[in-house]
Every structure is written in C-alpha cells, then in structure tokens.
Design a protein around this ligand. Structure first.
Ligand SMILES: C[S@@+](CC[C@H](N)C(=O)[O-])C[C@H]1O[C@@H](n2cnc3c(N)ncnc32)[C@H](O)[C@@H]1O
Length: 401
C-alpha cells in the first residue's frame, strides 16, 4: 500500500513542480490579495460560521499548504501557522508570501514533508488543523485524513476542503473525453484540447478562483489523481472523537426539526441516504440554481399563505376563545389539496433531468465522435459542462471532542 501511495505521490508532485496549482494571487498585486482575503472571509465566517476570533493567537497547522495563498489569510486573522507541503518549490514561494504579508508578532514554520511520512516529529497538537484541496490528490484520502486529524487538540477544530466524486463527475467525464483525443501523456496536447472543448468552465474557474487557466488545466486534467471522499466516509473516518460543526455547501439539507437540545448530528449516520439530495445538486447544480429556487419559491407561495391561514385557526388558543371549526375544516381542505399538488423537488431537480439525458447522449456518441462533433455537442448542451461544471471542493469543519 505504501508503495502505491508513494508512486502516486511522486507522479502528483511531478505535475505540481511543473505547474503549481495553488497560486491564487500575484505577490505584487494588492488588489488580488484583498480579493483572496474577502473570498476566504466569506467562506469561513459567513458560510462555515466559524468566527475570526477562533484564529487569534491560535496554533494552526496547514497540510498541503502549497504556496501559502490560503494559510497567509489564516495568519492575517491572527494564527501562528505551520505550513506543511511535499513540494519544495511551493514552500519557497510560501516563504516569500509570508515574508511580505504575514501579521507582526506571529510565529510561522515551514516543513517540507508528506502527510504520509510521519516526519513531523514533535507530538504537538494544534488548535486548528486545516487541509484544503489536498487529500483527494492522494492515493488514500481516508488515511491522509486520519493522519492529519491526529494533530487536533481536544476542543480544537479541523477545517477540511476536499472533492467528492459527485462534484467531480463532470470533470471526470471531461478527463475521459480528453483521453479519447490525446493518446499519450502529452501535456501540451491536453492543454490544447481542454481549452478547445471546455473553455467555458475554465474561464469561469479562473474568474472565481483566481488561478491561471494553465494551473487549472494541470490540476484538473493533467493531474493523475483526483479521488473524491464522501461526507459519510469522512465522518466514519473521524469517528466518535469528532463532531460535525458545519459545511459549505451545506450537506445537512434535511434538517432535524426535533428540539436541538436533544439531538446530535448523528442524524447523518441514521439517514445516510438523504445526503443523496446534496449529491444530486453537487453533480449538476450550477448558476442556474437561483432560477430553480425562484420557481420553487413561486410554487411555495400559495402553500405559505394557506399554511398561515391554517395555523391562524388555532393560534393563541385558550378556553375563552371560540374556534370556527367550519372555517378550520375549510382551510385544512384547501391546504391539503394544494399541498398534495406541490412538489418542490420537481423544480429543484428539473435541471438534473436535462443533465441526465445529456450524459446519456454523450455516452452514446463517445466512441465514434470526431473532435469537431464533440465540440458541437458540448456547445449544444444546456446543463452538462456549463457554468461551474460541478462542485470542486466541499468544505467542512469538525470539532475534536
Ligand atoms: C491544490 S494544492 C492546494 C494548496 C493549498 N492548500 C490551497 O488552499 O491553495 C494541493 C497541495 O497539496 C500538496 N500535497 C499533495 N499531496 C500531498 C502529500 N501527500 N503531502 C503533503 N502535501 C501534499 C501539493 O504539493 C500541493 O501543494
């Protein structure tokens, strides 16, 4: 197993040495750095609900820190950072990033090591352990997660960003298509075909992620390893020592409406299959979701009103209050008939229906399709390979008990 791990590690490192995937801003460009900071504020504070004060004076270790473009922001929020990466080139740039941008009076360390090496010898535990966009590029994401999670202090937090197979479904299809047209491991050819067929996804990823097109192509299509890990696998792997804190996108779509004083988040273990709803959205959800939510919202408007009417019949009830049972029955009947006709998932899943039929068409033509025809087919798609092309990283925070 270790032999296989090391083989994959070597091939991933080769790609990363050629083209570093984690450069999000140019050191000289203050505006780009501010943008990176603001994106991460949005992710960590707003979406993952993890307040800034958690970073202040904390000890943080970032595994697969790359060029430090994420870690430097954690440092700016007050963390003393230890950056671990297997790529010396990435560490060299991370050092420059920290020289220029790190917060005064913080202590930061740089360690060239693999997650699998057991080379970080001190037994130190950290307030925050982070690893973003890393474990799915290893041959064994579960083992990688086990290794890094051991560094978390009791009461400390683990911030993880990792790919899911659902979120990468479209990118894996794209890798399959490219392999049909590029026979050898010719990186220039892969770049050329990727740009020709998937420019829409690529330019969008550049716009929102800040990385260069070349870096995205290398990380997505040239990179030999992208092995997703599901939420259920993550929670199983972390076991009882960790509790779920938050995720973005929120995988907890089906909420527990019992008293929050009594339930714990093992709702996921009990109702594993319900997370398929978030998986479906991860596969084909794109910018169109606002449209889908808009029509779901319109559909629910009627129900919302009837629900209000129904509840009003019995609200603030006390013995002295007279209930109009006839009206109550009428409102209940209206509510029932409208409720039975409403299916919010139809709106949410409509896009997925189109997506499924486009994947069917693709598979049908895959083997005897010229590049020109393929390009035409891709242009004609409405959902497949459009906009985001599936979810990249899903982010999670867990608390060590
Ligand atoms: C896509 S980059 C992400 C970098 C950074 N976390 C960020 O948020 O921008 C993946 C990084 O993980 C590193 N990496 C991959 N496998 C690793 C391993 N087994 N041990 C240490 N670093 C690893 C790579 O060298 C690369 O710098």
């Amino acid at each position: 197993m270790m032999k296989k791990l090391k083989k994959i590690e070597k091939s991933v490192l080769q790609i990363y040495k050629k083209n570093n995937p984690s450069v999000h801003f140019v050191l000289e460009n203050k505006k780009k750095f501010r943008q990176r900071k603001s994106n991460l504020e949005n992710l960590i504070f707003n979406n993952l609900k993890f307040p800034k004060k958690m970073f202040e004076k904390s000890d943080l270790i970032d595994f697969g820190a790359g060029t430090g473009d994420t870690t430097i922001v954690f440092n700016n929020w007050g963390a003393n950072c230890t950056l671990v990466d297997m790529n010396q080139f990435a560490i060299n740039r991370a050092k420059k990033v920290f020289e220029k941008l790190s917060k005064k009076n913080t202590q930061n360390k740089f360690v060239k090591a693999s997650i699998f090496d057991n080379r970080i010898k001190n037994k130190k535990k950290y307030d925050i352990v982070s690893s973003i966009g890393v474990i799915h590029h290893t041959a064994d994401p579960k083992l990688a997660l086990k290794k890094i999670s051991k560094f978390t202090k009791n009461g400390g937090y683990l911030i993880l960003g990792s790919a899911t197979n659902e979120g990468f479904f479209q990118r894996n299809l794209q890798r399959l298509i490219i392999s049909k047209f590029v026979k050898s491991e010719n990186h220039e050819e892969i770049e050329k075909i990727a740009l020709e067929l998937f420019y829409e996804n690529l330019y969008r990823a550049k716009k929102f992620g800040g990385r260069s097109i070349k870096a995205i192509i290398h990380d997505t299509y040239v990179n030999p390893k992208i092995k997703g890990i599901s939420f259920n696998e993550i929670s199983k792997c972390l076991g009882k020592d960790f509790s779920y804190y938050s995720s973005a996108p929120d995988i907890n779509i089906i909420k527990n409406f019992d008293s929050p004083l009594s339930y714990k988040d093992n709702i996921f273990a009990k109702f594993q299959n319900l997370t398929v709803i978030s998986k479906i959205l991860m596969m084909s959800n794109s910018d169109h979701h606002i449209k889908k939510y808009k029509s779901a919202n319109e559909n629910l408007q009627k129900i919302n009103k009837l629900n209000f009417n129904l509840n009003k019949n019995i609200s603030d009830f006390n013995k002295s209050k007279k209930i109009n049972i006839k009206k109550f029955k009428y409102d209940l009947g209206k509510y029932k008939s409208t409720f039975l006709k409403t299916n919010i998932f139809i709106d949410l899943f409509n896009e997925h229906k189109i997506f499924i039929s486009e994947v069917e068409k693709l598979l049908f033509h895959l083997d005897n399709c010229s590049l020109k025809k393929m390009k035409k087919f891709i242009i004609s798609c409405k959902v497949l390979f459009k906009k985001s092309g599936g979810l990249g990283n899903n982010y999670y925070i867990f608390r060590k008990n």
